[in-house]
Design a protein around this ligand. Structure first.
Ligand code: MG
Length: 269
């Protein structure tokens, strides 16, 4: 070992080695504690997800859902044209069927962000082609009478071609669906939709756009798509500030046989 004549240098070296040893031990302890899986686990009773009982059957509503239609009545709906309640849509054998002469219907309640389940059926006897074949729609937020709002297209596209950004499960004229998951006419089909409403600044400008994720018959068709604004048949979409809004079902003016709905429920998020 090297011997230093000066005792001061010896002292400094001795103290330095102690510091180094202590630092290494501290780093080791830190590394050991970082390996503790508990450090990345959250144990907070106030953050526990609520208990929800899933629906007993496919399409059945979970325990915390708001039932918008269960086959019995139109209590949750009004005419989007004039607020008439009940609307002139037809309930028969547990189904809610579009009345093409009565205009669209919308919920009495208003929503912001939600999960929506809805089932629809195009008649087996459907006729027509392109957009005129079982056309309806789910407006995820109704922003005014008629067809104002943000539409997820309902249409029979089982062996029926139309413009791709207007086919079944398109965010109408904004987003082509990721798949065509249509079943043949006469079969019940499902939409499961997660809607995030747009947020607006006080001056009406967009703070964050609306977003939608949707499954058609269990197949992902819209994946967190950011909307460019409300649905427009002509021209480009745009945003106009609005608050919580009804959900609307479209009565389209095509000449084909009207479609039916059942099992409609929503879970506000
Ligand atoms: Mg439509």
């Amino acid at each position: 070992m090297t011997r230093f004549a000066c005792p001061t240098i010896q002292k400094i070296l001795f103290l330095s080695s102690i510091c180094l040893f202590t630092s290494v031990q501290a780093l080791r302890a830190q590394a050991d504690s970082a390996d503790d899986p508990k450090l990345t686990e959250i144990y907070d009773a106030s953050l526990e997800p609520k208990v929800v009982t899933p629906g007993a059957k496919c399409g059945g509503a979970p325990s915390d859902a708001i039932i918008l239609f269960d086959g019995k009545n139109q209590d949750e709906w009004v005419s989007a044209r004039d607020g008439k309640t009940p609307s002139d849509w037809v309930i028969s054998q547990g189904l809610l069927t579009v009345n093409k002469h009565a205009g669209s219907i919308e919920t009495k309640r208003v929503f912001t962000n939600y999960q929506l389940h809805i089932e629809w059926r195009v008649p087996k006897t459907i006729t027509g082609e392109g957009q005129a074949r079982g056309n309806s729609g789910v407006f995820m937020a109704s922003t005014g009478p008629g067809d104002q709002g943000y539409e997820l297209q309902v249409l029979d596209c089982y062996n029926n071609k139309t413009y791709v950004n207007g086919q079944t499960a398109a965010v109408y004229k904004q987003s082509i669906p990721l798949a065509n998951a249509c079943l043949p006419p006469g079969e019940w089909q499902t939409y499961d939709i997660i809607w995030t409403a747009p947020v607006f600044h006080a001056d009406g400008s967009v703070a964050s756009p609306a977003r939608v994720t949707a499954f058609h018959n269990g197949v992902l068709v819209q994946n967190n798509f950011s909307l460019q604004g409300v649905t427009r048949y002509r021209g480009k979409p745009y945003y106009q500030a609005h608050g919580p809004s009804p959900i609307k079902l479209q009565s389209h003016g095509d000449k084909s046989e009207p479609i039916s709905f059942r099992n409609i429920w929503v879970r506000p998020l």
